[in-house]
Design a protein around this ligand. Structure first.
Ligand SMILES: [Zn+2]
Ligand SMILES: [Zn+2]
Length: 165
């Protein structure tokens, strides 16, 4: 994503239009859609001004219930730099803009109820079967309940009766 200085000189406006994979901006940690970039670069008095509209989408997991969230992203980037000797690389500025646009705590919906800490049920689908005392109180409570549950051997009574015969 480079604008060549020789193209800018003498041109009233240099159009920029591209669609690039997010990997080209070094964005490996997220699942981005291809990034579309539209705008213009302009040279004036030894400086270059760039205005870009950037559009893409990112696939995230809801921070409460881990459901898939597809979030469209649109941003406007303005740069004003001294005219470089050879070319101006737009990729670092675009990359930074994209990273800042990713929501830190995405939600599938504003009132997402999240998962039950005890049984992991998605509480958006309705209340789980956990007794009220053990539900969503603390991690320790949830852990204690898990330990108690695993202490009970499954169908011990039935098996005992069979071998006794
Ligand atoms: Zn959610
Ligand atoms: Zn539960």
């Amino acid at each position: 994503m480079k604008v060549l200085t020789k193209d800018l000189k003498g041109a009233a406006e240099w159009p920029i239009e591209a669609s690039r994979p997010a990997l080209e901006f070094g964005l490996t940690g997220w699942d981005f859609s291809p990034v579309s970039i539209r705008g213009v670069a302009r040279e004036a008095e030894g400086r270059v001004r760039v205005v870009l509209n950037i559009g893409t989408g990112v696939r995230l997991a809801c921070s409460r219930c881990v459901t898939r969230v597809d979030r469209p992203l649109a941003m406007r980037l303005e740069l004003d730099e001294p005219l470089p000797e050879q070319s101006l690389d737009l990729a670092p500025a675009i990359r930074e803009e994209l990273i800042l646009a990713v929501p830190l705590y995405p939600l599938c919906r504003e009132d997402c109820r999240g998962l039950c800490v005890t049984c992991g049920a998605d509480l958006n689908e309705g209340p789980c079967a956990c007794p009220k005392e053990t539900r969503a109180e603390s991690r320790w409570e949830a852990l204690k309940w898990q330990i108690q549950k695993s202490d009970i051997p499954p169908r011990a009574g039935t098996r005992g009766a069979r071998t006794g015969r």
